[in-house]
Design a protein around this ligand. Structure first.
Ligand SMILES: [Zn+2]
Length: 569
């Protein structure tokens, strides 16, 4: 129901902010993909005051210039390089990415638990005893021994520093003995609702804290371990611009982080377009008190809820038990974790409809997806009873499901039918395909990362990476989307190849359809006259090159609102 800003308002905003833009620039000798279905290719593009004022063939743009009375221009020779609309990551975590850039240990490349321990011991030898060591990205599924780690080995190697390292999916963390001591963990510490403290036979914690149990350690972690929020956001912004992202949808921020974004924008430091989803715990009160924000670079009109955990940590909520863990602690069938009850999602959805914000719910398991769709459906039905608001715009809530990883075939058409956007991450598929069959068996796996089926049903998937869970580089996502292979081109033909997308479809999901998921489609996502000049220059033609070469694409320039915000050295 969030109303799309009128183009005139946007242009006014653009002109106000455009003092720096002087002469119109004519980008020529370029290989331009516009993503505009009416004119997919163009030769030249005229950029004026941060907006695309004309695009098309040399002749048509020259005609447009004559009509506008433009005589003096700066010609920019693109040397035949490819130009694309700026890419948009529809689901990432800016502070998490920035923290990696600022010294949080990156454990994603470690090939074994021993290697993880070595990295931590190295860090421990450089910082005083008692200093927290934090890291993220370990992935037991990528180790030779894929069993979940036990803290004992780590605690022995690093006894004098509290250690907290989160798993690659962010849904589980490993603490050493020192950290658990600071947190006061004993065999009597209960697992909170929606979380689990994993224990041995004797009831002692083995160091692993899943989903909501992570807060047991989280509450003793000092703030600002890896720089301030502002430092982390600026570092993440730099990282994103350098891989061709002109927009990021930040999937879960606090009101305090919104204040930092606002400050950065006021100071002219926000170069990337941010759409921020406020944590569901804070969102209702926030929107009631503050309303929504739709400024030039910052959009705040969304809430982020969690229906379940992740498939990797077996926290995803399934319709039927896990294939590789059919029974849980008390011998009952084990189907994963419920992080927010469906009734609470429905209440949140109803509140969102009333206060004009978008609801984005993390749902990974087939049960979590079904329950979330059901909750949305019930809320949409209630909306008919809400008092009619003054605006004449038809309602357009565009609620989202983040990840939508495992779907029962019956639920696939419901996305399009309800107007719900699946916000998906192609590299999750190519990382997870090693073990998805183990978790859910080959039959259910047919509904995993079902991009092509969703597209065919009329839904509009929006793509992202879930960085720093996966790399923030969107070209890896495009490669994964069109091949469903890893970077050694395995498996041959692609994993469940029927769900691959074409290059055009993958690119749409990282541009105009990602824009649509944030109500940005009138301002960015395609290269069309009147839209913001958000585009990138890359070193190869990703629509024609060898698929594997897409993964190595180098971004030469990133341009946001006509301004060069990144340039390759
Ligand atoms: Zn996420």
């Amino acid at each position: 129901m969030h109303t799309i800003p009128k183009l005139a308002v946007l242009i006014l905003l653009a002109v106000i902010a455009s003092a720096a833009h002087a002469q119109p620039k004519l980008y020529h000798n370029a290989n331009i993909y516009t993503l505009d279905p009416d004119m997919p290719r163009a030769e030249v593009m005229l950029v004026e005051d941060g907006l695309i004022s004309a695009i098309g063939s040399e002749a048509s743009v020259r005609d447009a210039m004559r009509v506008k009375g433009i005589r003096v221009i700066e010609r920019v020779d693109m040397h035949g390089f490819t130009i694309l609309p700026g890419l948009i990551d529809a689901h990432g975590h800016m502070v998490g990415l920035g923290a990696l850039g600022l010294g949080m240990l990156d454990l994603r490349a470690a090939k074994s638990y021993d290697e993880v321990i070595k990295i931590i011991r190295d860090r421990a030898s450089h910082v005083p005893a008692g200093t927290w060591i934090v890291g993220r990205g370990w992935d037991n599924e990528a180790w030779q021994d894929t069993r979940l780690p036990h803290h004992a080995k780590l605690s022995k190697a690093v006894p004098d520093h509290p250690v907290w390292i989160t798993r690659v999916d962010g849904h589980a963390g490993l603490a050493n003995a020192h950290a658990m001591e600071l947190a006061g963990v004993t065999p009597a510490t209960p697992s909170p609702d929606g979380g689990e403290i994993l224990r041995d036979q004797k009831g002692n914690a083995i160091g692993l804290f899943v989903d909501k149990a992570k807060s047991v350690i989280g509450w003793v972690l000092p703030a600002g371990l890896t720089g301030t929020t502002e430092e982390a956001l600026l570092r993440a912004q730099e990282m994103c611009l350098s891989v061709g992202l002109t927009g990021v949808q930040d999937a879960g921020v606090s009101p305090a982080e919104i204040e930092v974004y606002k400050k950065l924008e006021a100071e002219g430091k926000l170069k990337i377009r941010i759409y921020a989803m406020i944590h569901a715990d804070d969102a209702p009160a926030y929107f009631e008190a503050n309303g929504t924000i739709d400024s030039f670079k910052l959009s705040v009109y969304a809430a982020k809820a969690y229906a379940d955990g992740s498939m990797g940590s077996r926290g995803a909520w399934l319709l039927d038990p896990y294939t590789d863990r059919p029974t849980g602690a008390e011998g009952k069938p084990y189907t994963g974790l419920v992080l927010t009850k469906p009734k609470a999602i429905e209440e949140l959805a109803t509140h969102a409809l009333e206060y004009n914000y978008q609801l984005c719910t993390h749902a990974i398991g087939d049960r979590a997806n079904r329950e979330t769709l059901d909750a949305y459906e019930r809320a949409f039905a209630t909306r008919a009873q809400l008092p009619a608001d003054a605006s004449s715009d038809p309602p357009d809530p565009r609620f989202r499901i983040e990840h939508a990883q495992l779907l029962n075939p019956d639920d696939i058409p419901r996305f399009a039918a309800l107007g719900v956007i699946p916000a998906m991450q192609p590299t999750h598929c190519t990382s997870d395909m090693r073990w998805v069959d183990d978790r859910v068996g080959p039959e259910r796996a047919k509904g995993a990362y079902a991009w092509a089926s969703l597209l065919k049903s009329g839904a509009r998937p929006a793509f992202g990476s879930d960085f720093p869970v996966e790399s923030h580089n969107p070209f890896l996502g495009i490669f994964a989307a069109i091949t469903r292979q890893n970077l050694t081109e395995q498996p041959t033909g692609g994993w469940h190849a029927e769900q691959r997308l074409t290059r055009q479809e993958a690119l749409r999901a990282f541009t105009i359809d990602a824009a649509y998921a944030a109500f940005w489609e009138t301002r960015t996502g395609t290269l069309q006259a009147g839209k913001l000049a958000d585009f990138i220059v890359i070193d190869r033609d990703i629509m024609t090159c060898d698929p594997l070469d897409i993964a190595d694409t180098k971004v030469l320039q990133t341009i946001s609102y006509g301004e060069v915000v990144y340039e390759a050295k």
